[in-house]
Design a protein around this ligand. Sequence first.
Ligand code: DGY
Length: 320
Amino acid sequence: MKPKVLITRKLPEEIIKKISEVCTVELWEEEETPIPQEELEEKMINVEGVLCLLTENIDKKLIDGSPKLKVISNMAVGFNNIDIEAAKKKGIIVTNTPNVLTETTADLTFALLMATARRLIEASTYLRNGEWKTWSPLQLAGQDIYNSTLGIIGMGRIGEAIAKRALGFNMNVVYYNRSRKLDIEKSLGVQYKELDDLLKESDFIVVMTPHTPQTTNLISEREFKLMKKSTILINTSRGGIVDEKALYNALVNKEIYAAGLDVFETEPINLNDPLLTLPNLVALPHIGSSSINTRYKMANLAAENLIAGVLGSRPKHVVS
Ligand code: DGY
C-alpha cells in the first residue's frame, strides 16, 4: 500500500503527479488560505509525510499528535515554523530546500535595497498620482548605492550571493557572522566586523541570519541608535529578527533613513500596522524566492525530500 502524505497547498501539476506515483496524496486545495491549525492537526493523524510551507505551524502539539509521521518536508530554506526538537525526539526527519533559492533571494534583496535607497515605490506613486509637474533639483532624491558600505548580518549562502552583487557596485562589504568565513573573506575581499562596529559603519545593513531564539529582536532600540542617520536597513530573512516597534520609532524619529522589509513578525502584516503609514518603509509580501523557476525548483526539491523520507531513504536536505 502507498504511504499517505499531506500537501498543504497547491503545487504545480507535475510535482503532485510525481508524488502521487509513490504516495496517496491528500491536498489542501485552497490557494489563498492556509489550512486551519485544527484541520491540519486532524489530517496529520493519518499521514506518514507532510509537505508544508512556512505558513504552517508545525509545533509540538501537532507533532505529538501525528503518530505515523516520518518526514516533515518544508518548502523553504528557513524552518523556524517547525519545532525541530519535538520532531527529533520522535525520530521524525525534517527537510528544507536550500541552494535552489540562493541567487533569486539575493536578487530580490538587492532589488529591495535599490528600491529603498532610490525611493522607487514613492517615485512611481508620485508619477501615477499626477504629482510630477516639473523636474527639480532635489525631487525624490535618495541615497547612493555605489561606493557605499554594505554590512551583511549572516554570511551564509545568500549573504555571500548578496556580497557578490554588491562588489559590482563597488561597495565596501563588511559582515558579521557567528563564525568567521575566512574563505569568503579571501575570495571576495569582504571584511569581518563585530556586530556593533558593523552597525556603526554601514550605509546599508542587510539582515540575512536565520530566525532562532538567539536572533529574536537582534536589531532593536539599542542597535538602531548605533546606526548612522543615513543608514538603510533591509530584511529579507525572517520577521522577528528586527524589532518592528523599535524600527517604527527609528524611522519616525529619523534615527535611520529608511527600511525595506520583505518579512514581518506577523504575516500577512496587519494593514493597520503603523509601519505601513511611513513613506520611508518599502514593504513586500515575502517574495524573496518568488521567481517562477525557483519556486518550481523548491517544490520539486521538497517533493523529492518527502518521497525519500516516506520511502525510508535519506532525503537530500535534512536539517535534523
Ligand atoms: C525561505 O525559503 O525560507 C524563504 O523565506 C521563502 O523562500
